[in-house]
Design a protein around this ligand. Structure first.
Ligand SMILES: O=C(CO)[C@H](O)[C@H](O)COP(=O)(O)O
Length: 296
């Protein structure tokens, strides 16, 4: 599996989140032009509804973004670009690879194309990220060739409760696994429906064998640093940022919060005066569609 040759720890996600590394923000200007400017106006003009919150609000079938739009975004930024393909839609993934995006997110936020099968990611050179709710799901995606894993959370809600649930589930299972006798791993692997070798590797490493992001609903500094504090190494800033009063300021604050997640003084400072937050969606209502349950 190829990894990107670009050195920047940032990326633009087409219509969605940026990936934030913990402790690696140097305050550099990374973009030639802001994704809040030309890029996002184009997203609206093309009617892609490509942010998770918009997809949720608009309904209908959500597909890969227009390749022309993705090419234009690639031309206008210097940082890596991640684009989404529908779950199981290997042709969308082939198109994204052909136009040279840096990463593909096989995403439950788009309408799944295949109810049973994910993309065989070993057939591609481009790195994929896939979502998970638990350890078994994460290791199944890695067996299919995912180079990165993110929690699913509940995209487009501006609510981190599901991301926290998924972080807790994966990290909790890894802790259980680490304390397990080697003889018990066969049954544990069967129980979580994951390949034995990857379960054993996870036990030995004490973490997933690939980079692991917190994602889904992170729309404020405290929420994103909460995911960090719960043991995640990387965070996707959620599309809820774009539904707030001052997205640029909020995004900057989130970068600082994730960087200094263990320093409450910095967290207090960067949380001040950010203006209106995304209203968000409460997830105790059964009528809210769960994107996270769209695939296993
Ligand atoms: O892109 C994703 C999934 O494909 C991210 O997980 C997404 O960021 C989740 O939604 P939100 O942006 O609302 O947090």
């Amino acid at each position: 599996m190829k990894t990107s040759t670009k050195k920047s720890p940032f990326s633009v996600k087409v219509g969605l989140a940026q990936m934030l590394p913990r402790r690696r923000y140097h305050g550099r200007r990374q973009r030639r032009s802001s994704p809040h400017g030309r890029g996002s106006r184009r997203l609206r003009r093309h009617g892609l509804g490509a942010r998770a919150a918009d997809i949720r609000a608009h309904g209908g079938v959500a597909r890969m973004s227009d390749p022309q739009l993705i090419k234009e975004i690639k031309q206008s930024v210097t940082i890596p670009v991640m684009a989404k393909a529908r779950i199981g839609h290997f042709v969308e993934a082939q198109i994204l690879e052909a136009i040279g995006v840096d990463y593909i997110d096989e995403s439950e936020v788009l309408t799944p194309a295949d109810e049973e099968n994910h993309i065989n990611k070993h057939n591609f050179r481009i790195p994929f990220v896939c979502g998970c709710r638990n350890l078994g799901e994460a290791l199944r995606r890695i067996r299919e060739g995912a180079a990165m894993i993110r929690t699913k959370g509940e995209a487009g809600t501006g609510n981190i409760i599901e991301a926290v649930r998924h972080v807790r589930s994966v990290m909790g299972d890894i802790r259980v696994l680490m304390n397990m006798d080697d003889d018990e791993v066969f049954t544990f692997a069967k129980k979580i429906a994951a390949p034995y070798d990857l379960v054993m590797q996870t036990k030995q490493l004490g973490r997933l064998p690939v980079v692991h992001f917190a994602a889904g609903g992170g729309s404020d500094p405290s929420g994103c640093s909460h995911d960090d504090a719960a043991g995640m190494r990387w965070v996707f800033v959620g599309s809820g940022v774009f539904k707030s009063g001052d997205p640029v300021r909020r995004a900057r604050a989130i970068v600082q919060a994730v960087t200094h997640y263990s320093d409450p003084d910095v967290l207090a400072e960067v949380s001040c005066g950010l203006g209106e937050a995304m209203v968000g969606i409460n997830l105790n209502d059964d009528k809210v569609e769960r994107y996270a349950n769209r695939s296993e």
